[in-house]
Write a new protein. Structure first.
Length: 235
């Protein structure tokens, strides 16, 4: 009896949703943390100012980030549609040039000239299939999700809100800003490390180093904001 083994290839599949969450969470954790740290160095016991300003920043930041995601998604769709229109025009008006481009793709794949010619003849029988082939293999473009822009806006904006609330939460339960900062720093830095660890693990980077880098960026931003606030406040 012949033994057969099933070979499963494990490759990272980066989804658009994952990319949106990474963008939203990374900024959401870092910016409000730096803001609250900076205010902690200036407001003293007026801790309510921190969470009021923090909530305002989270709302404004999530809208701005979400809008940025929406515009990026729309730009991707518009670019794809523009190139799609150009490809249809080219196969109607520059047919021989486009046929030669299909042939070159197959040659570059390592096919023999005879097989490349046969494959080219099959592809160009249908204009839609031809255009789809050129979009993918000449231009390297995949058809974007029609709802990509709105999905991206929601994913990034919501992720920003979740990330922003994490370093802000301690200030709701303390009466002194510096006490709140201590708790906020501990929570935020741990979350930044965990986030950086898993983000790096997913993207194939050394997770320990990735977590450390993300944590250091957040800590540096917060420390700088705190120092500037103290400097201005003491001036």
């Amino acid at each position: 009896m012949q033994n057969t083994q099933i070979h499963e290839e494990k490759h990272l599949k980066r989804s658009d949703m994952l990319k949106d969450i990474v963008i939203g969470m990374s900024d959401g954790l870092t910016v409000p943390f730096a803001l609250s740290a900076g205010l902690s160095g200036a407001v003293g016991e007026h801790v309510n100012l921190i969470w009021v300003a923090g909530i305002a920043e989270i709302i404004a930041g999530s809208i701005a980030m979400g809008l940025g995601g929406y515009l990026a998604g729309k730009t991707e769709q518009d670019h794809y549609n523009s190139e799609l229109k150009n490809e249809y025009w080219e196969i109607d008006n520059k047919r021989e040039v486009e046929i030669d481009e299909v042939r070159k793709v197959f040659i570059n794949w390592g096919l023999s000239p005879a097989i490349a010619e046969t494959a080219t003849a099959e592809i160009i029988k249908d204009n839609d299939r031809w255009v789809d082939f050129m979009m993918k293999h000449e231009l390297g473009l995949e058809k974007p999700d029609a709802k990509r822009a709105s999905k991206s806006a929601f994913n990034i904006g919501f992720s920003y809100i979740i990330g922003g609330l994490i370093p802000l939460l301690p200030y709701f339960f303390v009466s002194d800003a510096l006490v709140g900062l201590k708790f906020s720093a501990c929570i935020a830095l741990v979350c930044l490390y965990v986030f950086g660890f898993f983000k790096s693990k997913i993207t194939g980077i050394n997770p320990w180093l990735g977590g450390f880098k993300v944590t250091m960026i957040g800590a540096l931003a917060a420390a700088t904001a705190f120092a500037v606030a103290k400097l201005i406040g003491g001036a």
